[in-house]
Ligand binder design. Structure first.
Ligand SMILES: NC(=O)c1ccc[n+]([C@@H]2O[C@H](COP(=O)([O-])OP(=O)(O)OC[C@H]3O[C@@H](n4cnc5c(N)ncnc54)[C@H](OP(=O)(O)O)[C@@H]3O)[C@@H](O)[C@H]2O)c1
Length: 282
C-alpha cells in the first residue's frame, strides 16, 4: 500500500474528502457508510472544514468515527480566513472539535489566505499546537510566493503540509511549487484529485488516454486518476465520495503501480507545465 508521512505519522496515501457531504438528511446514512467503508479498509485520514455545509460535514464525520479508535484516525479540519485571527481562531477550533466529537485535531489548516496578517495566523496556529489542541498545522491554497513568505516567519518552517488543487489535468504546481515543497520536505495534500468528477462533467474520465491505461490495468478510470496523483512520493490524495461502492472502487488505487509507458500515455494527453501558471483554486 502506498504511504505518505505527515508529522511523523505513516499514513495510506489516500484520505477521505468530505466537501458537500452531511448536508442532506436523506443521504446521511449512506454517507456515514461511505466513510466507514474507507476506514474499514484501512484509510486513516479524513479531510473536513468548518466551511463545509456550515459545520454539517464535521458533524457527519463526528458521527461516522464514533466506533473507531481515535488514535488510528488522522483528522484534518480548516479554519476560514475570516476566523484566522488570534481572537477568533480559538472559538472556531472549539466549535469544530465539538462537532467532530473529539478533543484534538491531527492537523489544522488555514483554508485560504484572507486579510488577517499571516504572522498572526501562524503564531496562533503554533500556540494551539503547543497547547496540544492540534497536533500539527498547515496551509491550503498557498502558491510558491505564499510558501516562501511563510517560511520567513517565526516558526513558519513548522508547517506540516500544503493542500492544493492537483490532478492529471491541473498540473500547474509541478512547475515550481512542488519542487520547492520537495526540497523543503513539505508533503502535498492533493484536493479534487478526480477533478470534481461528474460535477464538472467527467472530462478526464472520458479522455481516451485515461481509458486506455485503465483497460490495460483492468481498472476503472477513477482508479487510474487517483493512482496517477499518488504515484509521486509524499502526495496524499483526498477524493470525496458519498457512495460506499465508489469507495470500494477508489481504494484499489493504492495497489496500482503505473509503468513508465502508462505515464507517457497520460503525459501526452495532459502535458506537464512549461511555465509558471496561476495557482488553480476551487
Ligand atoms: N482545501 C481546499 O480549498 C479544498 C477545495 C476543494 C476540495 N477540498 C477537499 O478535497 C476533497 C475532494 O475534492 P472534491 O470533492 O472537490 O472532488 P473530487 O474528489 O475530485 O471528486 C468528487 C466527485 O467524484 C465522484 N466520485 C468519486 N469517486 C468516484 C468513483 N469511483 N466513480 C464515479 N464517481 C466518483 C463523487 O461522486 P460520488 O459522491 O457520487 O461518489 C464526486 O462527485 C473535498 O471533498 C475536500 O475534502 C479541499
Amino acid at each position: 500500500m502506498k504511504n505518505v508521512t505527515i508529522n511523523q505519522q505513516i499514513l495510506p496515501a489516500l484520505g477521505i474528502g468530505t466537501w458537500e457531504m452531511g448536508e442532506n438528511p436523506q443521504t446521511f446514512n449512506t454517507e456515514i457508510a461511505a466513510i466507514r467503508t474507507a476506514l474499514d479498509a484501512g484509510l486513516r485520514v479524513i479531510d473536513t472544514a468548518e466551511m463545509y455545509g456550515n459545520g454539517q460535514a464535521e458533524r457527519l464525520v463526528g458521527q461516522a468515527i464514533q466506533s473507531y479508535e481515535r488514535s488510528q484516525l488522522f483528522i484534518i479540519s480548516k479554519v476560514l480566513p475570516q476566523n484566522a485571527s488570534a481572537r477568533k481562531m480559538r472559538r472556531s477550533l472549539a466549535a469544530s472539535l465539538k462537532r467532530l466529537r473529539t478533543d484534538y485535531l491531527d492537523l489544522y489548516l488555514y483554508h485560504w489566505r484572507g486579510s488577517v496578517p499571516l504572522a498572526e495566523t501562524i503564531a496562533t496556529l503554533q500556540a494551539l499546537q503547543d497547547e496540544g489542541k492540534i497536533r500539527a498545522w498547515g496551509v491550503s491554497n498557498f502558491d510558491l510566493e505564499d510558501m516562501q513568505e511563510l517560511w520567513q516567519l517565526p516558526q513558519g518552517n513548522n508547517v506540516a503540509v500544503n493542500e492544493d488543487l492537483y490532478n492529471l489535468e491541473t498540473r500547474g504546481i509541478e512547475y515550481s511549487l512542488l519542487p520547492w515543497q520537495k526540497q523543503h520536505q513539505i508533503p502535498l495534500i492533493a484536493y479534487s484529485p478526480l477533478g470534481r468528477g461528474p460535477i464538472l462533467g467527467n472530462k478526464m474520465a472520458q479522455n481516451p488516454a485515461v481509458i486506455k491505461v485503465a483497460q490495460k490495468h483492468q481498472a476503472t478510470v477513477y482508479q487510474i486518476l487517483l493512482a496517477w496523483v499518488i504515484q509521486q512520493p509524499q502526495i496524499l490524495a483526498i477524493p470525496k465520495s458519498s457512495s460506499p461502492k465508489h469507495w470500494q472502487d477508489n481504494l484499489q488505487a493504492l495497489q496500482i503501480k503505473l509503468a513508465p509507458a502508462d505515464l507517457k500515455i497520460l503525459e501526452q494527453a495532459y502535458p506537464k507545465p512549461e511555465h509558471k501558471e496561476p495557482l488553480a483554486i476551487y
